[in-house]
Design a protein around this ligand. Structure first.
Ligand SMILES: [Fe+2]
Length: 265
């Protein structure tokens, strides 16, 4: 077995939105950056299978926007996952770079997005899919922010109006689960109406220190606030995955690759 850490969370469904549903489990994967865990990513697939999830959620940056744009390991993982589970996928800033810079990356995004959709992945490009698991109604959203919200240095404020323009309004009377790669805008997601947001992007702060947490983000921000774990604001929650891979600087210290497992109870 590989050294993948399982980070487990119990999230209580808000009572007014849900009645007598049985508990169920979701697995959340993020920031693979085309890393491989065994041939065909079989070790990672086995780690997911161990959790018997009702669905798998993907938070973006499964590939890296660089000169070669390698996608084979991400595709073999998604191939294995879609054979067993419904898979909902939101793009990260790397997929968005492929998409919005064809002059640099050619048709890499078209090829990758077509490939994952033909595997059966539900790709949510500022879109929502309604599903029902154990009598619980969920709206799963994929949020795709423009590049300026990922830039180095001082980040712009994310206005609620921008989120509403991108996504529309949350679905009333269901559990709104938002896949949003960039965790630093959690207060805006919570205010928009996400009951639970799942994010990645910061790779756990790459180097983790006891009592301090993550030291630096992949975009060289020191001591990022939402680096890994569970956060809460006004009863709305954020889970940030430390991710499964690296790009640019292959550095993870005291920060194993992570599978986030969410029990909805
Ligand atoms: Fe990212």
């Amino acid at each position: 077995m590989s050294d993948i850490k399982v980070a487990r969370y119990k999230i209580r469904l808000t009572r007014e939105k849900h009645t007598s549903s049985a508990p169920f489990t979701l697995v959340f994967l993020s920031d693979l950056h085309n890393a491989g865990y065994g041939e065909g990513n079989q070790n990672l697939l086995a780690a997911v299978r161990n959790q018997s999830p009702a669905a798998v959620l993907v938070g973006g940056d499964m590939v890296t926007a660089n000169e070669k744009v390698e996608t084979s390991r991400a595709l073999s993982l998604l191939d294995g996952l879609t054979k067993q589970y419904p898979v909902y996928y939101a793009n990260g800033n790397h997929e968005c770079r492929l998409k919005h810079q064809p002059e640099k990356y050619g048709n890499a995004y078209e090829k990758y997005s077509s490939a994952i959709k033909s595997l059966g992945v539900h790709l949510l490009e500022n879109a929502c899919q309604l599903l029902e698991i154990e009598k619980t109604k969920l709206a799963v959203w994929g949020c795709e922010l423009p590049a300026e919200y990922f830039r180095r240095g001082r980040l712009p404020k994310l206005d609620g109006a921008v989120l509403r323009r991108l996504l529309g309004e949350p679905v009333p009377d269901v559990f709104n689960l938002l896949l949003a790669h960039q965790p630093e805008y959690f207060p805006a997601y919570a205010k928009w109406g996400a009951d639970l947001t799942l994010s990645g992007h910061l790779h756990g702060g790459m180097v983790r220190l006891p009592l301090v947490g993550g030291v630096i983000s992949p975009r060289f921000r020191l001591f990022p606030r939402y680096d890994q774990g569970l956060y809460e604001e006004d009863g709305r929650k954020l889970i940030v995955s430390a991710g499964l891979g690296n790009h640019t600087i292959p550095l993870r210290i005291n920060n194993p690759p992570e599978l986030s497992v969410i029990d909805l109870i």
